[in-house]
Design a protein around this ligand. Structure first.
Ligand SMILES: [Fe+2]
Ligand SMILES: [Fe+2]
Length: 329
């Protein structure tokens, strides 16, 4: 069972009260604030294995490994607590040499998308920015740890469009592009930029899903609402105390286009800040490589070809050339 699937509703008829988790996500010596369940003999209804508020010692973990148990269960009521547990333990999980790269990437990706789903539901939650910053710190450390981690994350980016998966995808692509453009750049700056890339569309929390997912062209009124999201995002982040020049240009300029045909200010060429240009390229690429109601997702190769042949005037050509490099194996 993939880790992404653990966040989806259980379809198997097993139960609608539990969801599966991988044993590898339960960290030795951590204290859980959710009950853990197991299935005796690998089948039937889950039974309580370990109560919340108890530590999870090494001998208990080893006993499960010795018995071939790789999957445990958590009650659906505790889903949010489990997600936050993953957030708290992400550094430990990503440093664990016994975990496969693919598994780490999937834990990081699914936890990030869940966090963003929370953010769009409740964008003004007081601890939201801190949670995003911590998650981006892990993501940047992970990306900086090598090219293989980048390839692994790219292979996981969701091709189904949700604003929260789009946010994580754009963050991943933009951090990678920034790293390629400025290889000696300051890590702390990259982490701050990463958080702004992650939150670039937070203003869309005010746009109805009917508009975001509309299968046909938007009416002029709907376009007017859609075009407000950079300014609304700027407003929300300012209220949350997460704003400075660099964050501002990412949120405000990610829909500006190099040829001056973007919004909200129709900036052109070098009027667009380099961070705005980076976010713009990632944003368009992710839009092309995800399924939308009006067209199917393109492959990475096809999306890059479309961007080069049909849309190149929208982008800084040097930045686009570096972006292509990210997808060369
Ligand atoms: Fe946007
Ligand atoms: Fe976007």
């Amino acid at each position: 069972m993939s880790l992404t699937a653990m966040f989806e509703e259980t379809q198997t008829g097993l139960t609608d009260r539990y969801f599966p988790i991988n044993l590898s996500t339960v960290r030795v010596d951590s204290i859980l604030d959710f009950d853990l369940y197991t299935r005796v003999g690998g089948g039937g209804q889950p039974v309580l294995f370990r109560s919340r508020d108890l530590p999870f010692p090494a001998d208990v973990h080893q006993r499960l490994v010795d018995n071939g148990v790789r999957q445990l269960f958590v009650r659906n009521d505790d889903r949010r607590k489990y997600r936050q547990y993953l957030e708290h333990n992400m550094g430990d999980i990503l440093r664990d040499d016994t975990l496969e790269l693919a598994e780490k990437s999937e834990i990081l990706y699914s936890t990030s998308t869940s966090l963003m789903s929370d953010m769009f539901e409740n964008p003004r939650q007081p601890e939201g920015i801190r949670r995003c910053q911590e998650m981006v710190e892990h993501t940047v450390d992970y990306i900086l740890s090598g090219r293989q981690t980048c390839q692994s994350l790219i292979s996981l980016t969701s091709h189904d469009y949700y604003t929260y998966t789009h946010s994580v995808n754009v963050c991943i692509y933009s951090v990678m592009l920034t790293k390629v453009l400025f290889p000696g750049g300051d890590e702390r700056v990259l982490k701050e930029l990463g958080t702004a890339f992650l939150l670039h569309d937070i203003g869309k929390c005010h746009v109805s899903p009917d508009i975001i997912n509309k299968p046909g062209p938007l009416t002029p009124e709907e376009w007017a609402i859609m075009r407000r999201h950079p300014e609304e995002g700027y407003q929300i982040l300012t209220e949350l105390g997460f704003m400075n020049h660099d964050i501002g240009v990412i949120v405000m300029q990610h829909h500006e286009r190099y040829d001056g045909n973007g919004y909200p200010k129709k900036l052109k060429g070098e009027e667009i800040h380099l961070y705005g240009k980076i976010c713009c390229i990632s944003d368009v690429f992710d839009a092309l490589t995800t399924n939308r109601p009006y067209r199917a997702a393109s492959s990475s190769f096809d999306a890059l070809a479309i961007m080069k042949k049909e849309m190149i005037k929208n982008f800084d050509p040097d930045f686009f050339a570096k972006f292509v490099y990210l997808f060369q194996s």
